[in-house]
Design a protein around this ligand. Sequence first.
Ligand code: FPP
Length: 234
Amino acid sequence: MDNMKIPKHIAIMMDGNGRWAKKKFMPRTFGHMQGSKTLENICKAASDLGVEYLTVYAFSTENWKRPKDEVEGLMNLLKKYLSEYVEISVNNNMRVKIIGNMEKMDDEFQGLVNNLEKATANCTGLKFQIAINYGGKDEIIRATKKIALEYFNKDIDISKINEELFDTYMDTADIPEPELFIRTGGERRLSNFLLWEMAHTEMYFTDVLWPDFKKEDFEKAIFKYSKRDKVCNN
Ligand code: FPP
């Protein structure tokens, strides 16, 4: 794996937890639990390979439509993860940031998010973004509302609105665009993830279900990316 061009920023859609669990005659939440273990391993692999930014899709604005017990299971898992990750992230020097619409989350959830972000704010290793209650279209609308409010308050001049300025209103302000997007689980769609940020991103799709995704699969995706010898001007 020497001489591999390592992307600075990798975005991942961790798909296939439900099917993985079903194959084992287990509830879908069991698949998500196993998926969170895979995520821990991939964070470690990303750090070891020198990836600077990793962004994962944990819960979409559409996921609320899933059966109540699955939504509850995922929320409980996320809360557990947010609290446990204070220590794990500090020990691994990972800065964690949550992207998505936090206004709709309950006070306990927001408290856990603030706590984790604060505790890891000075970590200088992997910059790890977790998208929760996130939708690409929703992020663009929220950014537009912030700009409109500043325009209304006469704090912004309409002629100054360009791509660079718009970037600064996004949840991913100060985070470079991902060079590589990985989606596990066999689907070949973007599913409303980082729509603004992935305008130029290379896409990698694999049939491996997320709980089965190993360090070797991650390295294979990066290897394939690094072999695509493209001139990026589009
Ligand atoms: C998609 O699989 C996955 C999700 C909706 C949730 C992703 C969450 C995790 C990997 C675990 C928790 C995350 C953190 C940050 C702790 P799916 O349920 O759509 O699978 P399917 O396509 O097989 O039904």
